[in-house]
Design a protein around this ligand. Structure first.
Ligand code: BMA
Length: 379
């Protein structure tokens, strides 16, 4: 751990030490048949987290505050001149055979965003706000018994496999003209220790959750033959290692350990956020070392970023406490019609935190897309 932190302070010195894949035998993906690019990306994650942290943004290329559907654009690029190192996308509503995801992003344009990001040497992560397979409601429909209903033998098991079939088709469609399928950091059943999704801990037992996770991996990997996924286990808040691992399906079923945590407004908001995230990162760091898995802060942010120095004074110091492979801030929706409030997590041109975000993006151990691409993470 100490060595990692030391290396993160001087990237230019350590880049030549980037290890070759053959030197990393113990860092195996759970898919022995993973594609070469996927295996290389996984090895790169271990190296990246010793040197710095990749910055990610959800739906970065799809839309931003005041724009939608432009080509090769992101609010992060407007502000800093380059794209985030990690593009987050969500396939919610794919299972309902919709043309667009739950937030209105066409699956066809997602394909373009994934392929252009991959071509430039950036990374892609996919989450899935899947509908409730028991009721047809949305992800936030926490009808008890939903997880049990989709396990083998359950009344909705067959339906669930058809959803996985569609996900498999989509993943396979993310293919370059030369036939390389794009490796994806796949983060299903996210925030599993929360109580707001149908897969969360208030509505299924640890055994049911583990069975669901294992079935999902088995089906995609062994039945559908999808070999470009890096499986990211993701919780909401947790108080201890035991807490984090309560629903963990086992080292042979997970590639990356991660959690989500946001900052909220209010007195002491920043103090609370920093203390919760740093203690969770410390727990995760130890678990990552013990289980030989990279770690990530898979979702974070401070809605509308009311603190103009948030990037370098709150977020960055947290990312320096332990080696973290990547961090992702949530989407820049803009004005929400329903609430008449702004919903965004990365700055856009003119935002008061833009200057600080530029400073953050230029730190030697923060990897935006260009610096990440120099590491040749897929080779
Ligand atoms: C939430 C909000 C919602 C959105 C959902 C899935 O946190 O951003 O508006 O629908 O994520 O992306």
């Amino acid at each position: 751990m100490f060595e990692g932190i030391c290396c993160r302070t001087n990237v230019s010195l350590v880049l030549p030490l980037f290890l070759s894949v053959s030197q990393l035998h113990s860092q195996q993906l759970i898919d022995p048949q993973a594609t070469k690019a996927t295996t290389n990306l996984y090895a790169s994650l271990f190296q990246i987290q010793k040197q710095g942290v990749v910055f990610g943004h959800q739906d970065a290329l799809a839309y931003g505050v005041g724009w939608n559907g432009l080509k090769n654009t992101s609010d992060v690029k407007f502000v800093t001149g380059e794209h985030p190192g990690l593009l987050g996308l969500d396939i919610g509503d794919l299972e309902f055979k919709k043309q667009k995801n739950l937030d209105g992003v066409p699956f066809q344009s997602m394909r373009d965003h994934v392929l252009s990001t991959f071509a430039r040497g950036g990374m892609v992560t996919i989450s899935w706000h899947a509908r409730n397979p028991l009721t047809g409601g949305n992800s936030w429909d926490t009808t008890p018994g939903t997880v049990a209903s989709i396990l083998p033998g359950g009344s909705k098991h067959k339906l669930y496999t058809t959803w996985l079939d569609q996900a498999a088709v989509f993943f396979q469609s993310l293919q370059t003209p030369a036939g390389t399928v794009v490796p994806l950091l796949f983060r299903p059943f996210h925030e599993l220790t929360g109580n707001w999704f149908w897969w969360c801990k208030n509505v299924c037992t640890p055994e049911e959750f583990k069975a669901l996770w294992k079935f999902t991996v088995h089906y995609l990997r062994d039945i559908k033959g999808i070999h470009q996924l890096i499986y990211v286990y993701n919780t909401a808040d947790f108080a201890s290692a035991e807490n984090f691992l309560e629903r963990y399906p086992g080292d042979e079923w997970v590639d990356v350990l991660s959690f989500d945590r946001y900052q909220y407004e209010g007195k002491d908001g920043s103090k609370i956020f920093s203390s919760v995230v740093s203690s969770q990162l410390e727990i995760l760091d130890k678990l990552g070392t013990k289980h030989v898995k990279p770690i990530a802060l898979a979702e974070t942010g401070y809605e509308t970023i009311p603190d103009s120095n948030w990037w370098t004074t709150t977020l960055y110091p947290l990312l320096r406490t332990v080696p973290v492979a990547y961090v992702l801030v949530w989407r820049n929706h803009g004005l929400m019609k329903k609430t008449n409030k702004y919903h965004y997590y990365a700055p856009h041109p003119g935002h008061p935190s833009s200057k600080d975000f530029i400073r953050f993006s230029q730190l030697p151990d923060v990897f935006m897309e260009h610096r990440l691409s120099t590491l040749k993470i897929y080779h």
